[in-house]
Design a protein around this ligand. Structure first.
Ligand SMILES: Cc1cc2nc3c(=O)[nH]c(=O)nc-3n(C[C@H](O)[C@H](O)[C@H](O)COP(=O)(O)OP(=O)(O)OC[C@H]3O[C@@H](n4cnc5c(N)ncnc54)[C@H](O)[C@@H]3O)c2cc1C
Length: 427
């Protein structure tokens, strides 16, 4: 991995102070070696430590270097695929388990923030905003579906009601989820890392896993050390590269970009988002935005297939922001950055085991802040021998991208172009 410093993001600039962490230079022994200190790795580590495992986390760069320290900060429950599609794919029994778990990640985050006193600007309330009658109809059917799985907290909003919570004329209605919300994502990751260490876990930074020696007693090698473990959890997601070749064929790193305005002041901020909820629209290539604690607007959108870094992020994202909020035309952009998430063809997480001691979870395809926290819990359950919920994810079918690793990027971009056109013409 070439660059191991945080991008010049608003989050890095407003990160809570943390102690320096060591580079692994020894031969250490542990119960579980976790590869990657994003939410998946940190959540796994925390649940395992709380259940008496010894845990060593290897991070190639710094805690929260990946998507977990760069994302839009939106606590969006459920998955990147509708539960009725999941039900048609896997049948009612597995869908029931997955459906019941779909809003658990948001609860885990709140529980972590409270238990470990994590300072990450947590706010309640997330809005799904419909740009057309068709999208509104979809939200209505989604609400009915979620109620079948016991999630009854969702509120549909007509055009008048959504105008009360989002100062934007684009929307015909929406749905409010008060179990959604938003956080400062890097500070959440840093707080979780501190919690891992408070429970006796060790985190090595600038310590990439470069080779896994598989077998009954697996060993993870870094450039200057090694970790002997009973279990390995692979949590490198879009930044993993080819460390585990079996995983790379069925997923594809994609980039998405975020900009942050200068502070807007109380009055303008309140005019945009009076209740301080976060918002995402219902397009396939969606826009998402929210306020920060110091009243800036963080606005994200767009996808770069294959995770190339675009040259001028502001030029891509600012027009989207101005379409939603023309009143920001004179506002300065203070930060712009990109980050990678991992896409699967089904847009469902890629979860499973390699042999009986290497576990992985990755590829939640966009909405990952909540899922990754849940993933840590079900991974820890599986290592404790209770794998029913883990297997509900592990049994989801996954297929390689058409065109293999060489042609998957143009094929996926073509697919997105098609869906982008459908969004544009309200199809
Ligand atoms: C710009 C952006 C905006 C997003 N916005 C949202 C949002 O608002 N809401 C939402 O729900 N989701 C959002 N997502 C998705 C969400 O952030 C991710 O799904 C989630 O953070 C993934 O967490 P993770 O721990 O699996 O991976 P990551 O956070 O990417 O962590 C993986 C870590 O593994 C490390 N690593 C990789 N390889 C190795 C190795 N060989 N050895 C050691 N360490 C290694 C990396 O350095 C990295 O720190 C967004 C993503 C991006 C990029």
């Amino acid at each position: 991995m070439a660059n191991t410093q945080y991008p010049e993001s608003y989050y890095a600039a407003s990160a809570n102070a943390v102690p320096p962490r060591p580079v692994l230079q020894d031969d250490v022994e542990t119960d579980v070696c976790v590869i990657g200190a994003g939410y998946t790795g940190l959540s796994s580590a925390l649940f395992l430590l709380e259940n008496g495992f010894r845990v060593t986390v290897l991070e190639a760069a710094k805690v929260g270097f990946g998507a977990s320290g760069r994302n839009g900060g939106q606590i969006v429950n459920s998955y990147s695929r509708d539960i009725d599609v999941i039900e048609r794919t896997v049948g009612p029994k597995q869908a029931q388990l997955l459906g019941e778990m779909a809003f658990e990640g948001g609860r885990i985050i709140r529980e972590r923030v409270a238990r470990y006193n994590i300072q990450c600007d947590l706010k309640d309330g997330g809005v799904f905003a419909a740009l057309s009658a068709k999208q509104m109809g979809h939200l209505e059917s989604q609400k009915r579906l979620w109620e079948r799985f016991g999630h009854t907290q969702l509120e549909l909003m007509d055009q008048r009601r959504i105008r009360e919570v989002v100062g934007c004329d684009q929307y015909v209605g929406g749905m409010l989820d008060m179990s959604g919300g938003h956080i400062h994502p890097l500070n959440l990751a840093l707080g979780e890392a501190a919690a891992v260490e408070s429970l006796g876990g060790t985190i090595y930074e600038q310590s990439p896993a470069v080779r896994i020696e598989r077998g009954a007693n697996p060993v993870v090698h870094t450039p200057q050390g090694k970790v002997r473990a009973r279990f390995i959890i692979v949590a490198g997601n879009a930044y993993l590269g080819n460390l585990v070749p079996e995983l790379a064929a069925k997923s594809m790193p994609c980039g998405t970009q975020v900009i942050t305005t200068e502070p807007l002041g109380d009055e303008l901020a309140k005019a945009l988002l009076p209740q301080d909820y976060c918002v995402e629209d219902c397009n396939y290539l969606l826009d998402y935005y929210r306020l920060t604690a110091d009243k800036r607007l963080i606005f994200g959108g767009g996808v770069v297939y294959g995770a190339r870094d675009p040259a001028n992020i502001e030029a891509i994202i600012r027009p989207k922001m101005l379409k939603a909020f023309p009143q920001l035309k004179d506002v300065k952009i203070d930060y712009a950055w990109t980050g990678n998430f991992l896409l699967t063809l089904s847009r469902l997480p890629q979860v499973g085991r390699l042999g009986d001691n290497i576990y992985y979870s990755q590829g939640c395809s966009g909405h990952g802040v909540t899922y990754t926290h849940l993933a840590g819990k079900v991974l820890a359950e599986a290592l404790r021998g209770q794998a029913e919920r883990f297997d509900a994810f592990a049994d989801l079918p996954h297929y390689p991208f058409p065109g293999g690793q060489l042609l998957r990027t143009p094929f996926a971009a073509l697919g997105a172009w098609y869906y982008g056109l459908r969004d544009k013409f309200g199809m």
